[in-house]
Design a protein around this ligand. Structure first.
Ligand SMILES: NC(=O)c1ccc[n+]([C@@H]2O[C@H](COP(=O)([O-])OP(=O)(O)OC[C@H]3O[C@@H](n4cnc5c(N)ncnc54)[C@H](OP(=O)(O)O)[C@@H]3O)[C@@H](O)[C@H]2O)c1
Length: 206
């Protein structure tokens, strides 16, 4: 399945047009293992060539390294790049995360076993279509946004040109109703909280 050019969507009513999928850039600096800078730069270039225009970063990723890494790319393509960044998050020196994590073995084992079982329908669809489970997941997100009439622009992050192509290709993949029906109940069955309660953040924005 090859990646075609992404359609553009309006970011909010009357907002700027951006590619229907963005690129999360956090992994270029930390959290997911080492990054080869040349590969990361290639990933950025391919992303732009395939219609990805929104790039998500933050000043805290790599303590500023992420924004410094993106700087030359943004400067070279300022007219096409839509930059999403965040600032003001206080992170103490050497601290890797800023939220509480429940890491006891029993909780982790229970959640891993429960959630691994949920992957089976995703793997089945991926195997039938000869695509990856990650592509099935992304295609589902895009399709749900169309079903609900909401603009959702996912920002999957990758350091790899090959996985970038896969992720972009998934954005325009149509899943038939039978596959959507198999995927639909899975999210509600995920074991464990995926994020802390972010409602105070939303309230503060309003
Ligand atoms: N997680 C957070 O706390 C957080 C908070 C705020 C904002 N963000 C933003 O949101 C973006 C997305 O964050 P995320 O936490 O969802 O992580 P992510 O950046 O979407 O996922 C990164 C992981 O998924 C792997 N991956 C990507 N595409 C793949 C594919 N097609 N198949 C298999 N593996 C694949 C990446 O490996 P490779 O790099 O090796 O491909 C990496 O290990 C971030 O980059 C950041 O800009 C994240």
């Amino acid at each position: 399945m090859s990646a075609s050019i992404l359609p553009a969507l309006s970011l909010g009513a009357g907002g700027p047009l951006v590619g229907a999928q963005g690129l999360g850039c956090m992994g270029f600096s930390e959290f997911y293992g080492p990054t080869a800078p040349a590969e990361a730069r290639e990933t950025l270039q391919i992303a732009l060539a395939l219609g990805v225009t929104m790039f998500d970063t933050a000043d805290l990723y790599g303590d500023g390294d992420n924004e410094r890494f993106l700087g030359p790319f943004v400067r070279a393509h300022r007219d096409r790049v839509f930059l999403a960044t965040k600032f003001g998050i206080v992170r103490r020196a050497g601290e890797k995360s800023w939220s509480e994590v429940r890491g006891d073995r029993a909780f982790v084992r229970q959640s891993v076993d429960a959630n691994a079982a949920l992957l089976e329908p995703v793997r089945d669809i991926a195997a039938r279509r000869q695509i990856t489970p990650a592509q099935v997941a992304l295609a589902w997100v895009h399709q749900r946004s169309r079903v609900h009439g909401l603009t959702v622009i996912p920002i999957p992050g990758t350091r790899s040109p090959a996985r970038l192509r896969q992720n972009v290709a998934a954005a325009t993949l149509a899943l038939p109703d039978s596959e959507l029906a198999a995927l639909e109940p899975l999210a509600a069955r995920v074991a464990g909280a995926r994020y802390p309660d972010m409602s105070s953040t939303a309230t503060a924005r309003e």
